[in-house]
Design a protein. Structure first.
Length: 137
């Protein structure tokens, strides 16, 4: 069985970086992916899907340092389902992408501060079969 997700999209907000009680960095942000398709009348429409991204460890810290709202990023990871009860006792479910590979695809000139660099990559664990030349772009 395989649970692997690859996304290229734009950040909907700056990453929110926090630390767990054990000291592990955790970054969260939303990512928008777009798909263009023709409607039944033949007109092109753009459909946007929002994804909740969660990164851990060094990857989370790098995201907090180098990513800003609007940056184009490549994320590789897996889908995770989380269930909880809200304040009214209703069961809720959400899906998140637990990222293991992060690449900032935004050129350096588009970042706000001179200290940021585009094209940087951070990775928690090396993917077993994916090589740079296997990337779809």
């Amino acid at each position: 069985m395989v649970n692997r997700v690859t996304l290229v999209g734009r950040l909907g907000k700056d990453p929110e970086l926090r630390y767990s009680p054990s000291g592990q960095a955790v970054a969260r942000f939303s990512l928008a992916t777009d798909e263009n398709r023709k409607d039944p009348q033949g007109n092109w429409t753009q459909e946007t899907t929002w994804h909740n991204i969660v990164l851990f460890g060094q990857t989370a810290e790098r995201a907090g340092e180098m990513l800003k709202k609007g940056n184009l990023v490549y994320i590789e990871g897996r889908i995770s389902q989380r269930q909880w009860e809200d304040k009214e006792g209703q069961k809720r479910t959400s899906f998140e992408i637990l990222g293991s590979v992060l690449r900032n695809l935004t050129p350096r000139s588009h970042n706000e501060s001179a200290g940021e660099s585009g094209g940087s990559a951070s990775q928690v664990t090396p993917p077993p079969t994916m090589q740079d030349e296997d990337l779809p772009f």
